[in-house]
Design a protein around this ligand. Structure first.
Ligand SMILES: Cc1cc2nc3c(=O)[nH]c(=O)nc-3n(C[C@H](O)[C@H](O)[C@H](O)COP(=O)(O)OP(=O)(O)OC[C@H]3O[C@@H](n4cnc5c(N)ncnc54)[C@H](O)[C@@H]3O)c2cc1C
Length: 452
């Protein structure tokens, strides 16, 4: 069986490894070719190493609350490469009125917290008594949060949390598609508190994601290289862009910018806008549906400082900024507090995140302008006493797919088309979740489906 995988990010790479692994288990011969249009693998995942700093361009890591990425590394025999974040990384902050307020981790901290007013806290507790929404229709995260937790929790807990994950606008994003577990909690148990009590889910803080953040020694990109080295039988064709797919009699004819190929199965592990153009000849409607998935931009400014030049000791995960605070940045990650090896001894590393669905202005600014804005905003809050020792900049004009209201209907229609298009599979973060774990989860599913 000849299998084509398009895209060499974590989705394509994990699909290659898992399909290969599954075929080996089943004793079936496969020939896998992976196409990557750039001259390096990893896609969004890249780690720049500079003066002994390891600066992540994209994801910081992945949570261990879902098993998929850890399982992937285990299957590849790479468990020794995995590192766990520092315990300090459990401490998260939200910026409000010039202060970094700790996100409460339990009941006592919640009552003492300055993040939400007394009235706002009472309203959150009142969630227990709010009746469940009667219909099953989709709802924005903003509506849901206001309805169940009140306006203050919506603005100062939910909005920054969502911007930390999706870089998105809660008045547009769909609860059902972005946070299906929360959507189900209300549907199944009648409310969040009721659901959490029933599920005895006491460990997760009210606003922080559950689980411990994991990464790879030397940075996530090291994980990409190591995974690639475990794909010994996979044919990697770099610098080769797939342009289109056409249906053959019992196979697919693939056109790249260099050549034409024939494959039995095709896995597309690329962003939605790339899928849209690749499948245009194959199925116009499928192309339209993917074209219709919007993306938010993001840029990351990494700044390394000497310990002596910092006022704050940067202990914790970092902080997020609610859109209501009208700052130009989305938040700052204390990268070397999360993973101490990201900065050399005597130095600290932070990553400033800007843009998002509500910060589209970043695409019209130069690198220099954005670095200056990031530095000024960070300085305003963290009060450095010296200049950065290193500065790195990474831009993603289309960083993260946005699952707006109506996304689930799109997904349903896409699934219906794919069910009829035998041999075509979609991986990646376009449909079912944007985290690294969601991407690797899709690859496990694809490896199962290909041989079912
Ligand atoms: C700034 C940022 C921070 C993030 N932080 C986190 C985090 O902390 N935790 C987390 O879990 N997730 C995070 N994410 C999300 C996560 O990084 C992504 O969902 C994930 O890396 C996507 O991987 P992918 O392989 O699906 O896609 P990509 O990484 O986009 O890879 C797709 C690959 O396909 C290639 N390609 C595209 N078109 C073609 C074509 N026609 N032919 C051949 N090749 C093609 C591209 O060059 C690319 O290499 C973050 C994302 C961003 C942008």
């Amino acid at each position: 069986m000849k299998i084509c995988i398009v895209g060499g990010g974590i989705s394509g790479l994990s699909a290659a490894l898992l399909v290969k692994n599954k075929a080996k288990k089943l004793g079936l011969p496969v020939a896998i070719t992976l196409f990557e249009k750039e001259n390096r693998l990893g896609g969004t995942i890249f780690t720049k190493t500079e003066k002994n700093f390891q600066i992540e361009a994209g994801p910081n890591g992945f949570l261990n609350s879902k098993p998929f990425t850890l399982d992937l590394f285990n299957i590849a025999g790479l468990q020794d490469l995995i590192i766990r974040s520092n315990d300090a990384a459990r401490i998260r902050y939200i910026y409000r009125n010039g202060l970094l307020e700790k996100v409460p981790e339990g009941g006592v901290e919640f009552f003492k917290s300055g993040l939400i007013s007394f009235k706002g806290k009472l309203r959150i507790l009142g969630e227990f008594f709010i009746p469940a929404k009667r219909d099953n229709g989709d709802e924005t995260i903003a509506n849901f949060a206001k309805r169940r937790l009140g306006a203050e929790a919506k603005d100062y807990m939910i909005a920054p949390m969502v911007s930390g994950i999706f870089a998105g606008d809660i008045s547009k994003l769909s609860l059902k598609s972005c946070f299906p577990v929360i959507y189900e909690l209300e549907k199944k148990y009648g409310g969040l508190f009721k659901g959490l009590i029933k599920k005895k889910n006491k460990k997760s803080g009210p606003a922080g994601p559950k689980g411990i953040l994991m990464s790879c020694k030397g940075g996530l990109f090291n994980g990409i290289i190591a995974l690639k080295n475990k794909c010994d039988d996979v044919n990697f064709l770099m610098d080769e862009k797939i342009l289109s797919i056409n249906k053959g009699d019992h196979n697919f004819i693939i056109h790249s910018n260099k050549c034409q190929y024939v494959f039995d199965k095709v896995v597309l592990a690329v962003p939605a806008y790339d899928i849209a153009s690749i499948v245009e000849n194959l199925n116009k409607r499928l192309s339209e549906l993917f074209f219709d998935i919007p993306y938010a931009p993001a840029c990351v400014v990494g700044l390394g400082f000497k310990d002596a030049d910092l006022v704050d000791n940067l202990n914790g995960f970092g902080f997020l900024i609610p859109p209501k605070e009208n700052k130009k940045i989305l938040g700052i990650l204390f990268s070397s507090s999360i993973f101490p090896e990201r900065a050399p001894k005597g130095y600290k590393l932070i990553r400033i995140i800007m843009g998002g669905d509500m910060g589209r202005w970043i695409v019209n600014k130069s690198r220099e302008e954005l670095i200056k804005i990031a530095y000024d905003e960070a300085m305003d809050i963290l009060k450095f006493s010296g200049d950065p020792y290193i500065t790195e900049f990474f831009m993603y004009e289309k960083a993260i797919p946005q699952y707006y209201i109506g996304h689930s209907e799109k997904v349903e229609e896409i699934e219906n088309i794919l069910n009829k298009s035998v041999g075509l599979y979609i991986g990646g973060n376009t449909l079912y979740g944007i985290g690294v774990n969601d991407c690797t989860h899709q690859s496990f599913n694809i490896a199962d489906k290909i041989f079912s």
